[in-house]
Structure formats: structure tokens, C-alpha cells
Design a protein around this ligand. Structure first.
Ligand code: N01
Length: 541
């Protein structure tokens, strides 16, 4: 018998908690609920654990956080047993790690896989959630926990003619499980965000010809991925507790923070030396471990942006390609900064072309390729690296209805409204792991997830001790949190830019900066204080 089955081994239809998702968040939540002795049902659309790493199997998919922190922190044995091969782990290795953890903690049997949640409805009379699935389940739960990730609702652009395309097409976020071989093929990639930038060098290596359709040129910084030596691994394992503690309190959940130095307070020469040194190291530290004003001061930001533009000019030999690749018109870092492996170098290959679709827009997809306003590109395969309906999309597509039958997408019509990014008024006993209004995507996801899972579990225990039935943010607390999230964002350069942080990649989506940008450590402190004050800002009944 598992914790999600009854004495007869059947899945119960009434539980304390319903959990949706089997990625880092869902796995950790279920592990935690089981250890607390709370009953649950857990649903996952995919056929196995992995979440992001189950779906994003595109060539080159890899984490941009270092392997030793891009992992579960809740089990000391797991972190000593598992050997990461590289600095930045690649998708197959992360998926392997999550599958290993699922086996180690016997989590697989706790999930209903291949099961899509079709509706979550709050019943006010019983103060329970009714969770329905495409398998005909109707589960009654006191609490509903969404562990659906922030970047899981894939966005396919509405380009006329896709249905007529005779070749194969793919979205990076919904990649097939069987290997995709582009050998000898003419491939088009649409999109140059992180997914495009990671996959383009690998596809270029395989394909006969690659055409990249770029809407906005992106800044990108070298990852400088490499194998870890045994000595390095041992040292990391020795220090891992201390490293994790640094992550917990740092601004982006990584074991480093910006220096307490403004870029404009040092000489040009010194700044350049710093940028060069960090460029050689690679990784996010280039930007987020250097000066503390890069995302708030336009002049400071310009110095970093111009440094990257210089690198692009130096790497890309064809001046016309270099011109098209130069990012301009928005501050560096205000679109999520990709890390790359020879991305700009890829444009020096003879088999790679770049189309600026702002200059020559895509008009339609035809049976044999992509037609722009300028010419037709004949293609055997198209890869859409066009991103996601970020942060809100994964939640709104669950068909959640709260008090009075209100749909969550109605409540969020002008942008997401939450308290601490974990709960929302009108939807009692709903907890969102890494929801909008929490730091989530602004740093190392497992650090965010762990903090939310712990906080939510503690809150459930508190309610149990109190004999309480429901918890829900007060209108005042939610309003104040929304203001705070906005005010913080307005002190930065982020709102200037069309990015998925702002919802700008989805036609019609309200333009609101969705994550909390006050820093992971500060946020953790605030959440702890809320709990210490008896869940201040929540109405508990
Ligand atoms: O998506 P994106 P992504 N016609 O939205 C373009 C995380 N992630 O999947 O900039 C033509 O960033 C769009 O153009 P524009 C990470 O947080 C993490 O790459 O909107 N083009 C852009 O170039 C990341 O930020 C990792 O003008 C269209 C691209 O498609 C997030 O996921 C790896 C278009 C989309 O870029 C999303 O990344 C990968 C259209 N209609 C992803 N619509 C790791 O940690 C969009 N585009 C490793």
C-alpha cells in the first residue's frame, strides 16, 4: 500500500490534498505530504516524472543553473549519492536524476500518470475542491496544490498555413520522445530565446541546412559547460550544505550575489576587466554576480550590453549576419538571459542562414516551407522555439473555479493577483508552488520550489493543529502584495521590455511584470515572518 492508496490498494476519492504535476515541485510536495502523514492524490499529464525535463527534450536542452544546486536539497543521502557529470546538467541527465529520486523515494506509484486534470472546482458548502480528470476521476480534496511549473504551457505562434506543411514540425517544449534526426534535412528554427539558442548549434551540426527566423536579437552569454572532475565533485559534496544555505538567502537563489559595487562607480578599465574575467568563467554570474546596478541603471546596463555586442561583432564574421544579431532597443537581462554553447559562432557556418523577420515578416507556412515577405525558404522540418504562456498559463489552463464559480482567468484578467505568489483570494485552500508574485523564474527553480513546498506543508500542519478548515488571503493583504510586487518591478528596467516576464509574448495578455523581484532571501524572510505571525494576511476559519 502506498500513501495515495487505501487498505485495498485502491486510489481514494477523498483526500486531504490533490497535487498536480510530477516535476521537481510535485515530487517534492508528495514526498513531504507522505512524511507528514497527509493523504493525497497526485496527477501528471506525462507518462512519468520529470516535468520540464520530461517535455523539453529538444537537442541541447540543459539547465542554466549549475548541477550541484539544480537539485533537491531535502535529502542528504541523495546529494551524496548522485554524481553530476557536468557543470550544467543536460536534459537526459536531469531526467535520469529525477527518475532516480522517484525510485529512491518510491514516488512513482504515488502519481496517476497519463492523467490530465480537466477541472478544479471549489465547493463552498463542503469547503472542498473537486478535481476532475480526463480519466473520469472525481477526487474531493481539502487542499489543491498546483505544481505545474512556470514555463509549461507551450506557445505556438498563429502563422497561417501550418496545417498544410508536408514536413515535420516540433515545439521545443513538447519534443517527441523518440530521437529526432535532422541529418540531411533543411531545417527552419523560429525563435531565439533560451530554447532556440541552446538548440540552434546542435541542429546546425546535424542538418544539411539551417535557417533561423529571428524576431528579436537576443543577448547571450557563454555557459562554458564542462565535465566535472572527481576532485571537484568531492569538494562540492563536502561543501554542499553551505552552498545550499547561500542559495537560500541570495537574491537569485544561486550561491553568489552581485558585489555591493555599482558599475558606474568604477573606471571603464576596471569594469571591462571584471566583465572579461566573468565572461571567461561563463554562466549567469557574468551578469548577476557582478555589479549591483545593472538592472536598475540604464547607463550601467549599457556598459554590459555594449560589452556583449562587441563580443558578437568579434565572433560573427559576416557583417550582415552580425548586424542582424546585435541586440538593441532593450536593456540586457530584461529578457531572460540565455546561456549558450557556441551560439554566435554557429552563424559562421556555411550551412546557417539568418532571417530577420522584422525586416521581412513571415507571411505564411506553405506545404514545403516558410514564405516571408521577401522569399520562400524550402524546409523539411520546422522547429518552433517560441516559448510559453509563462507563469499564469500553466495555472489558468487547469480550469480552476473558486468561490461563486469564478474562473481564475477571470480574476486575473488584468494580470495575476496573489498574496506572496502562493495563494489568491476567492480560491480558498489553493496553493500555487512558484506562482506569479513569487520570485520563481528569477533564479534557481529548485531553491524556489523547496521554499514553497516547506512553507505550504508547514501551513497545512498549522491549520490541522488549529482545527481550521480553510485559509485564504485577505483582500487587503493581496492588494498590498500586488502593489509591492509592482513597485519593486518599477524600480528596475524590466517593465521597459517586451518579455514573457511581462506577458508580452502572448497576444492579448495583460502587460504586467509577474514575478517578485525583491530577491529570494528577502522573500523567504517575508514568508517566514508571515508564518511566525500566525499566517498574517490570511483569513483562517
Ligand atoms: O522561449 P522565449 P524559450 N513569431 O519566450 C520568438 C526557460 N528555459 O522557450 O523575443 C516569431 O524566451 C521570440 O521572439 P521575441 C527560460 O527561463 C530555460 O526560448 O518575443 N518569433 C523569442 O525569440 C527561458 O527564458 C532553459 O520577439 C516568435 C522566442 O520565440 C524560458 O524558458 C532552457 C513568435 C521565444 O523565446 C523560455 O524560453 C530553455 C512569433 N509569433 C528555456 N513568438 C534552461 O534553463 C515568439 N517568438 C536551460
Amino acid at each position: 500500500m502506498s500513501a495515495s492508496t487505501d487498505a485495498r490498494g485502491a486510489r481514494p476519492s477523498e483526500v486531504e490534498v490533490a497535487v498536480i504535476g510530477a516535476g521537481f515541485a510535485g515530487m517534492h510536495m508528495v514526498y513531504k505530504l507522505r512524511s507528514l502523514g497527509l493523504s493525497y492524490r497526485a496527477f501528471e499529464k506525462g507518462s512519468g516524472v520529470g516535468g520540464t525535463w520530461y517535455w523539453n527534450r529538444y537537442p541541447g536542452a540543459s539547465s542554466d543553473s549549475e548541477s550541484w544546486v539544480y537539485s533537491f536539497a531535502f535529502d542528504k543521502d541523495l546529494e551524496q549519492e548522485w554524481n553530476w557529470s557536468k557543470r550544467f546538467p543536460e536534459q537526459p541527465e536531469i531526467l535520469g536524476y529525477l527518475q532516480y529520486a522517484a525510485k529512491k523515494f518510491d514516488l512513482e506509484r504515488e502519481f496517476d500518470f497519463n492523467t490530465t486534470v480537466t477541472a478544479c472546482t471549489y465547493d463552498e458548502k463542503s469547503s472542498r475542491w473537486i478535481v476532475e480528470t480526463d480519466k473520469g476521476d472525481r477526487v474531493i480534496a481539502r487542499f489543491l496544490v498546483t505544481a505545474v511549473g512556470c514555463l509549461s504551457a507551450a506557445q505556438l505562434p498563429q502563422i497561417p498555413g501550418l496545417e498544410s506543411f508536408k514536413g515535420r514540425w516540433y515545439h521545443t517544449g513538447q519534443w517527441p520522445h523518440e530521437p529526432v534526426d535532422f541529418t540531411g534535412k533543411r531545417v527552419g528554427v523560429v525563435g531565439t530565446g533560451s530554447s532556440g539558442i541552446q538548440s540552434i548549434p546542435i541542429i546546425a551540426n546535424q542538418a544539411k541546412h539551417l535557417t533561423v527566423f529571428q524576431r528579436t536579437p537576443n543577448f547571450s552569454v557563454p555557459a562554458r559547460n564542462r565535465l566535472l572532475s572527481e576532485q571537484e565533485r568531492n569538494a562540492l559534496k563536502r561543501d554542499i550544505r553551505e552552498i545550499r544555505e547561500r542559495c537560500r538567502w541570495a537574491s537569485i537563489g544561486q550561491p553568489y550575489d552581485a558585489q555591493p559595487v555599482a558599475a558606474m562607480s568604477v573606471s571603464d578599465e576596471e569594469r571591462r576587466k571584471q566583465y572579461e574575467a566573468n565572461w571567461a568563467k561563463g554562466g549567469f554570474e557574468w551578469m548577476f554576480g557582478s555589479y549591483n546596478d545593472l538592472l536598475v541603471d540604464e547607463k550601467a546596463n549599457d556598459t554590459a550590453a555594449e560589452f556583449v555586442r562587441e563580443k558578437i561583432r568579434a565572433i560573427v564574421k559576416d557583417p550582415e549576419k552580425a548586424r542582424k544579431l546585435l541586440p538593441k532597443g532593450y536593456p540586457i537581462g530584461t529578457k531572460r538571459l540565455p546561456l549558450d554553447q557556441e551560439y554566435f559562432e554557429t552563424y559562421n557556418r556555411d550551412n546557417v542562414d539568418l532571417v530577420d523577420i522584422r525586416e521581412t515578416p513571415i507571411e505564411q507556412i506553405t506545404a514545403d516551407g516558410i514564405q516571408t515577405s521577401d522569399k520562400k525558404y524550402e524546409l523539411d522540418a520546422i522547429v518552433f522555439a517560441t516559448g510559453f504562456d509563462a507563469l499564469t498559463g500553466p495555472v489558468t489552463r487547469l480550469n480552476i473555479r473558486g468561490r461563486g464559480g469564478q474562473k481564475i482567468e477571470q480574476k486575473w484578467a488584468e494580470g495575476p493577483r496573489t498574496y506572496l505568489g502562493v495563494a489568491t483570494l476567492g480560491f480558498p485552500n489553493l496553493f500555487m508552488i512558484t506562482g506569479p508574485g513569487s520570485p520563481s523564474v528569477l533564479g534557481n527553480m529548485p531553491t524556489s520550489i523547496e521554499q514553497h513546498v516547506d512553507w505550504i506543508s508547514d501551513c497545512m500542519l498549522h491549520l490541522r493543529k488549529q482545527g481550521a478548515t480553510t485559509i485564504e488571503p485577505t483582500a487587503a493583504a493581496e492588494e498590498k502584495w500586488g502593489q509591492h510586487v509592482k513597485e519593486l518591478a518599477d524600480t528596475t528596467l524590466f517593465p521597459q521590455t517586451d518579455s514573457w516576464y511581462m506577458g508580452a509574448n502572448i497576444p492579448g495578455k495583460p502587460r504586467v511584470f509577474m514575478p517578485y523581484i525583491g530577491g529570494f532571501g528577502t522573500y523567504r524572510k517575508l514568508c517566514n515572518e508571515v508564518a511566525e505571525k500566525g499566517y498574517e494576511g490570511f483569513a483562517i476559519k
